[in-house]
Write a new protein. Structure first.
Length: 308
């Protein structure tokens, strides 16, 4: 049977950064792997960031977005069926940051997937500098993602102090209690490391952590509660887009913006990945001239004033 891992994490938590390092480790162990980007968006920026992994030992697949939940689930199932015939040793699923984790478990119980796949590890990535004040819907998604995780990785620990990390763990446990989940995150269930600092022993542990059976009170909070605005062909350089992202994130009149991501073409492609506290720009092999603003109650006209 093919081992299949689910890597969850709220918007901007650093899932893709972790997956890239995890995939490099698996490839280095001689494994043939498939990565399935399971997103609702019309443009999959994260898949572009993984392009340089593609080769003899790694293939990337995508479930196309822009559809209703049931259609998305059928497409996810169909893609896993086709991937089950490719001879992979391990498959990694990266969903959107607003994913209903139950879909993963439910689909894998279906025939023939239950005969082809064995759930390996469920990993939740959480930003160690997690924003303190989140909506009830956002806290629900955070809690539902960590509830079944075999391990919670605190990302961006290089940007956090000890108080930040304690507050983030407390926030996660408070969110779990808020949805009636009895699980309390503590001890070895939490790995406080950046992806770049992880050792082979860390990845070996991650491969084997499995997942937890946790019950909680379901809430109707899905992708409809969050908005993604796409801005194409802005013709701005990375400095201009970075400054616009900072202004949008700092302006409450734009809505509650969680993350801004995209690319600029400037002596090749540059990646932009911004949250309220952090801004990342980096060279990437492939991109598309797009900026995506993700959040709640977004005000498109106000956001556009910073992008004109």
């Amino acid at each position: 049977m093919v081992k299949i891992d689910l890597i969850t994490g709220f918007l901007g938590s650093g899932k893709t950064t972790f997956i890239k390092k995890y995939a490099e480790y698996l490839i280095g162990q001689g494994m043939n792997i498939g990565i399935l980007e399971n997103d609702y968006g019309a443009v999959n920026v994260d898949m572009m960031l993984l392009q340089d992994l593609m080769g003899e030992k790694c293939e990337l697949e995508m479930v196309s977005g822009g559809c209703d939940k049931e259609t998305h689930r059928r497409r996810f199932r169909t893609k896993l069926i086709s991937m089950g015939m490719c001879g992979y040793d391990r498959v990694i699923v990266e969903p959107s940051g607003i994913y209903d984790v139950d879909e993963f478990f439910d689909v894998l119980r279906d025939d023939p997937l239950d005969r082809w796949y064995e759930i390996g590890s469920v990993i939740a990535v959480a930003d160690a500098t997690l924003e303190e004040h989140l909506s009830a819907e956002a806290d629900y998604l955070l809690a539902s993602e960590v509830s079944s995780a075999g391990c919670v990785i605190l990302s961006k620990t290089d940007l956090a102090n000890e108080e930040d990390k304690r507050n983030t763990i407390a926030h996660l446990n408070h969110a779990l209690a808020g949805i009636g989940c009895k699980r309390v995150l503590e001890g070895e269930e939490i790995l406080e490391k950046t992806a770049d600092s992880m050792t082979d022993a860390d990845f070996e542990r991650i491969m084997a952590v499995g997942y937890k059976q946790a019950s909680y009170r379901k809430m109707d909070a899905t992708e409809e509660d969050f908005t993604s605005l796409y801005f194409l062909e802005l013709h701005k350089n990375v400095q201009e887009l970075g400054e616009a992202a900072r202004q949008i994130l700092a302006d409450p009149a734009c809505g509650h913006v969680f993350r801004i991501k995209g690319f600029a073409k400037e002596d090749g492609w540059k990646q932009i990945n911004a949250t309220r506290d952090h801004m990342l720009t980096a060279d990437v092999a492939e991109g598309q001239e797009v900026l995506i603003v993700i959040g709640e109650n977004l005000q498109k006209e106000r956001i556009e004033t910073y992008l004109l």
